[in-house]
Design a protein. Sequence first.
Length: 380
Amino acid sequence: MSHLANILRAMLAFMLVAMAGAAVAGPLDDAAVAYQRGDYAAAMLLFKPLADRGDAVAQYRVGLMYFHGEGVSQDYGEALKWFRKAADQGNAVAQFNLGVMYRNGQGVAQNYAESFQWYRSAADQGNLEAQMAVASMYHAGQGVSQNDAEALNWFGKAADQGNTDAQELVAFMYLHGKGTPKDLVRAYVWFNLSASQGNKDAAKYRDQTAYVMTPEQLAEAQKIGHDGKPRASQIVRRDNEVAPRPISANRNQGVPMKINGGIFVVPVEINGAVTLDFAVDSGATYVAVPADVFSTLKRTGIIKDSDIVGQSTYTLADGSKSQSATFTIRSLSVGNTVVENVKASVMPSQGSLLLGQSFFERLRSWSIDNTKHELLLESQ
């Protein structure tokens, strides 16, 4: 599973966060000390009167303790009530936590629109986790109209705060032209920034991006990096700028492959939202996705109910046949080659993701360069 898939899954299962760096004094200080030493009953006795008197920090902490069942019986309804009291006073972390609860349906009916509004309130105050959540909901169209330009904007705000996952996601948006013209230069810059802070997957994607860049594009990207730490607001392309020259669609494009378990795999982007490693399997009738991965893609909105087609018989490379659910991948990207409306099937869980004939038959030609370990693709 690619790092990006883990990113898009983690974004859709945010954990509640504890208040960091809050200034406390007097009774609040005593309550915080009791909480830190694990005396939750004493902490609740100290926090609760303060919360009743309207202290937003204490209201937040009471909500957090009800959520986790610390010093009291776990009660999502009470947690929601106290988070709302703090959120109404502008507490950004409480606002974020309300977004989590509405998104997950904890103590309240699941409501993406309400979740988005609370996330947005926290994000407007600079809460990094909320900025990531707002971006992911714009990208998936959950609780708000789908808008990749807004997704890029909010991922950019989180990236500017130094979040390496956000920096990697900004890079992917530029790489695939989501919410902005496709821009290999800026994709490289953001992959490189994330990689420089220890993100190994970003380093891998940076190197793959460099492979398909012209020398001029690579020099420009490296100059931006040398001039200092980029900011999303500083490198958004203006409408009158000319996008870097794309790879010609009329020649074979080499996509670097790696060997995993003795088979070649390549990174494949699904519906412009997530990139996963697929095994190259020309013997498979369809592109195939394991049931557990399919479930995650569907739960996160990357695969929609309207994409599901029905049942089909598929053939694997060993000649075996089986029945499975089929669905349509609206956009499947391998390198710079994009094929729309690709038929795919659901395989048993724990299986491999397979790049099969329903993708390859849509190309003019394809081959494998065993010397360079590249998948060569030529579009129609």
